[in-house]
Design a protein around this ligand. Structure first.
Ligand SMILES: [Cu+2]
Length: 151
């Protein structure tokens, strides 16, 4: 994966993480992603809009054709910061350690500040499933993940 990466604005909101996760847990006591299998299908070069609300990605299942250049445009409607990290298992393992406070320089790794939109462009050259997730403390465990099905 390669291409360009964009990220607008960088702020911190980690003190709100617990509060919003607690609120979200009350509103959404069980997993109920709205994407569902094959929620969004992409064919050709285009944007994919993803909304983050209550610490969930919507859609959380996105199907793309192999070789398609995709620009993910991620809007964070929460009062806390989130991340959109796309990649293989090794990349996710690295991010679980939380060694970086914000992202934006590498494709597929962006921080989305409170109430803002950030984008990142990727081309998927191999068929298979690619996971995306937010690795801020507690977010992945809460269910803040999704999958890109490359066909
Ligand atoms: Cu998050």
């Amino acid at each position: 994966m390669n291409r360009t990466s964009e990220n607008r604005g960088r702020t911190r909101g980690r003190t709100w993480v617990g509060a919003v996760l607690a609120t979200a847990a009350l509103v959404l006591p069980t997993g109920c992603g709205t994407g569902g299998p094959g929620g969004t299908t992409v064919d050709g070069e285009q944007d994919v809009q993803i909304t983050i609300a209550l610490s969930r990605f919507d859609p959380d299942v996105i199907t793309v054709r192999r070789g398609t250049a995709v620009r993910f445009v991620v809007t964070n409607t929460d009062p806390i910061e989130h991340e959109f990290i796309v990649g293989d298992d090794a990349l996710h393992e690295r991010h679980k350690k939380g060694i970086e406070s914000s992202h934006g320089d590498r494709p597929g790794e962006v921080t989305i500040p409170i109430g803002s939109t950030a984008s990142t462009r990727l081309t998927f050259d191999k068929a298979g499933d690619v996971v995306f997730a937010c690795h801020l403390p507690g977010h992945l465990a809460y269910g803040m993940r999704g999958v890109i099905r490359v066909r």
